[in-house]
Design a protein around this ligand. Structure first.
Ligand SMILES: Cc1cc2nc3c(=O)[nH]c(=O)nc-3n(C[C@H](O)[C@H](O)[C@H](O)COP(=O)(O)O)c2cc1C
Length: 183
């Protein structure tokens, strides 16, 4: 199994990157291969159909589609912005939807979110599911919202709460089984 893993944040101290790194470490420990991407690798102009028609899909979107196509699934840690997910992430999905043929149909996706707020980005994750399904991902029905992310990690980058850490690894293992069944 191989997974593309990234956080939808450019912030140097991003909590979502920490969560994505934690997921990557666990998946590797279970024998999976991981392609860890930095969000900046998928920086794109705001979607413009004139650019799409005249100049084609930008390199960064082709790169995202290619890297995801080489994997069985993607694991995405996204911040919540104003009760939804970042516009830059929707922009990546919109550009990716213009890459033909769609080699991502039938891939799986696991969604997680670390926020400094108290609800862990649960609303943003519910929103994010929809456009991923529109481009034919099978989105794992369970998600991982991490509230109060500024105090949730220990000094080594793991989750400070042992019960939460157990939930996290259980979720990743469940997602791996789901992917094995589907792809
Ligand atoms: C534009 C903006 C909107 C935000 N909206 C929310 C929100 O709706 N819910 C929430 O829990 N946190 C919200 N936050 C706080 C983020 O959870 C916090 O900045 C978090 O650290 C972002 O993730 P990152 O550390 O991976 O960059 C918002 C932050 C920004 C910059």
């Amino acid at each position: 199994m191989k997974f593309l893993i990234f956080a939808a944040s450019h912030r140097k101290e991003s909590y979502n990157r920490r969560l994505a790194k934690l997921a990557a470490a666990h998946m590797k420990s279970q024998g999976a291969r991981v392609d860890f991407a930095e969000y900046a690798e998928f920086d794109l102009p705001v979607y413009n159909d004139e650019i799409a028609v005249s100049g084609g899909v930008p390199e960064a979107a082709l790169c995202f589609a290619e890297r995801a196509a080489k994997c069985d699934g993607i694991i995405l840690a996204s911040p919540e912005y104003n009760w939804s997910y970042p516009g830059s992430l929707k922009n990546i999905i919109d550009w990716t939807s213009r890459v033909k043929p769609n080699r991502l149909a039938g891939k799986t996706a696991l969604l997680m979110s670390a926020t400094t707020g108290g609800r862990g980005g649960i609303t943003g994750l519910a929103h994010l599911k929809t456009p991923l399904e529109a481009i034919s991902f099978f989105v794992f029905p369970r998600v991982f919202p991490l509230p109060h992310a500024d105090t949730a990690f220990d000094g080594k980058g793991a989750l400070a709460d042992a019960q939460k850490q157990q939930l996290f690894t259980g979720l990743l293992n469940g997602y791996t089984d789901f992917t094995r069944k589907l792809v």
